[in-house]
Design a protein around this ligand. Structure first.
Ligand SMILES: *[C@@H]1O[C@H](CO)[C@@H](O)[C@H](O)[C@H]1NC(C)=O
Ligand SMILES: *[C@@H]1O[C@H](CO)[C@@H](O)[C@H](O)[C@H]1NC(C)=O
Ligand SMILES: *[C@@H]1O[C@H](CO)[C@@H](O)[C@H](O)[C@H]1NC(C)=O
Ligand SMILES: *[C@@H]1O[C@H](CO)[C@@H](O)[C@H](O)[C@H]1NC(C)=O
Ligand SMILES: *[C@@H]1O[C@H](CO)[C@@H](O)[C@H](O)[C@H]1NC(C)=O
Ligand SMILES: *[C@@H]1O[C@H](CO)[C@@H](O)[C@H](O)[C@H]1NC(C)=O
Length: 426
């Protein structure tokens, strides 16, 4: 078992440790820690923001309302618009991105890195998109077991993907999911012409409307998914990605030995922590150039009472169950939840710009960002690497593609938070 040594916790008596409750749509969180994070753990604060699953949370309104789509072009002269998870309380206007892992900017590009034995980088946009054209200029990572991803993911796990498997630099894989249901027939490869995906820039776009998804590489439509073709006669539903989604860019060790064999095989084999890139620059990496989001109008029949946030109104979580409102998206503290967004409002500490600590949930990271590594795991919240080798286990998969849970669990964003829990439950 992985043992995380986190002086952060030991030093910080204000964090009330508790055993993390796991959650799913068949086993919701309780009222005290009502929010089910993207990674299936109950908590408050960060757990109620991006990725919070309303269907697995205590109630549909436990998660904070989702900031609406904002058309924007992102370039990378600095990381001023990106914060680590412990610094984000739901104000997407103040921080466009939250991230974990080691990232840097270089020559106007964003470099997502994965040093040896780390879980890589996750860079997630805080604005939700409810249909739009999302475009990214990328150079993928390389090497077996190393996967780069550019995806849209909703809180109920509708998903539209581009994934580059580092063992094959001639193609990009595409995929989609509806509400996290695994279907082995949804993936498709696009071969990338003109140089390889690691050395050469290519532009990858997702053009997502209420009627279809186009995957567009270097200006050419290579794949189209029509909503009409996803109708399920039994359930009388369209199994089409249709809920507000966040853009997530990541670099992750799919070929890590602790992963399911199917995932390792899909990733082209076990990862080589002594790869050429790790030897020469100290990490595997993917390079991100300009990223842009152009929002499309919401569906013409969408329920609209405002313009600031999206809300789920029914647990079927289909397109018609989303409402556009003026509800606030910002939590007052890491102890707050969608059920009590003002909790901790008046506790802000003296002098420093620290976030009030939680009232107990495991979302209660303190604002202290220094933490030295020791033992087999390191845990920092300032953008340094996080090693959570116990956190990427997945279910064995049928055809070799990564399972949905594994693919969602792969990210280190909440690894730090979960590490706190691991520590106290040992
Ligand atoms: C949205 O705001 C209204 C009015 O303040 C409030 O009654 C309602 O509970 C909020 N809904 C959610 C899901 O936060
Ligand atoms: C969000 O951040 C923006 C920009 O920093 C600021 O103007 C605004 O007041 C903040 N909103 C809330 C609700 O905190
Ligand atoms: C995509 O390419 C990979 C690697 O070459 C292969 O294993 C997989 O079967 C392909 N998938 C499809 C849907 O063709
Ligand atoms: C269609 O819906 C039924 C009932 O929810 C489900 O059991 C079945 O797996 C679905 N079929 C497909 C192809 O997704
Ligand atoms: C915080 O304090 C202000 C005045 O200092 C007060 O008006 C407000 O109601 C307080 N908020 C909460 C949630 O206690
Ligand atoms: C934060 O960390 C610094 C340096 O490690 C330490 O001096 C300080 O007391 C810590 N603050 C809190 C609130 O834990």
């Amino acid at each position: 078992m992985v043992r995380f040594v986190t002086p952060l916790v030991l030093a910080s008596l204000s964090v009330t440790a508790f055993a993390a409750q796991s959650c799913s749509s068949s086993s919701q969180c309780d009222e005290k820690y009502p929010c089910c994070s993207q990674y299936g753990e109950c908590g408050t604060g960060a757990y109620c923001l991006g990725g919070c699953d309303p269907l697995a949370s205590f109630s549909l309104d436990s998660c904070a309302p989702m900031p609406v789509c904002e058309s924007k072009t992102y370039t990378w002269d600095n990381l001023d618009n990106a914060v680590t998870q412990d610094k984000y309380l739901g104000n997407a206007s103040a921080a466009d991105w939250t991230y974990s892992g080691k990232v840097k900017t270089e020559d106007g590009n964003l470099i997502m890195t994965m040093p040896a034995k780390s879980v890589g980088t996750l860079f997630a946009n805080n604005h939700y998109i409810w249909y739009g054209k999302i475009s990214g200029k990328f150079k993928s990572s390389r090497g077996k077991g190393v996967v780069t991803a550019f995806i849209l993911l909703s809180d109920v796990k509708d998903e539209i993907d581009y994934e580059w498997v580092g063992a094959d630099l001639t193609a990009v894989q595409t995929n989609y999911y509806w509400q996290g249901v695994l279907d082995w027939h949804n993936s498709g490869n696009i071969s990338v012409d003109g140089g390889d995906t690691f050395n050469d820039w290519h532009t990858y776009e997702i053009d997502w409307t209420p009627e279809k998804v186009d995957w567009v590489v270097d200006g050419t439509v290579h794949r189209t998914l029509k909503k009409a073709d996803t109708y399920n006669e039994t359930s009388k539903q369209y199994e089409f990605p249709q809920t507000p989604s966040r853009l997530q860019m990541s670099l992750w060790p799919a070929g890590q030995s602790s992963n399911a064999q199917g995932t390792i095989d899909w990733a082209g084999g076990e990862i080589d922590w002594n790869s050429e890139d790790i030897k020469t620059v100290g990490y595997d990496y993917a390079t991100v150039g300009e990223v842009s989001v152009k929002c499309y109008d919401p569906p013409s029949d969408a329920t609209k009472s405002g313009s600031k946030s999206y809300l789920y109104t029914k647990s079927a979580a289909l397109e018609g169950d989303i409402s556009i409102t003026n509800n606030n998206t910002v939590l007052a503290s890491l102890g707050a939840t969608g059920l009590n967004m003002d909790l901790g409002a008046n506790k802000s500490s003296t002098g420093s710009n620290s976030i009030p600590t939680s009232n107990g949930g495991s979302g209660g990271m303190t604002s202290n960002t220094t933490s030295e590594s020791s033992g087999s795991g390191t845990s920092t919240t300032d953008g340094s690497e996080t090693s959570t080798t116990g956190f990427t286990q997945g279910t064995p998969t049928g055809n070799g593609a990564a399972g949905q849970n594994e693919r969602v669990l792969r990210s280190s964003l909440f690894g730090v938070l979960v590490a706190l829990v691991v520590l106290v439950t040992l």
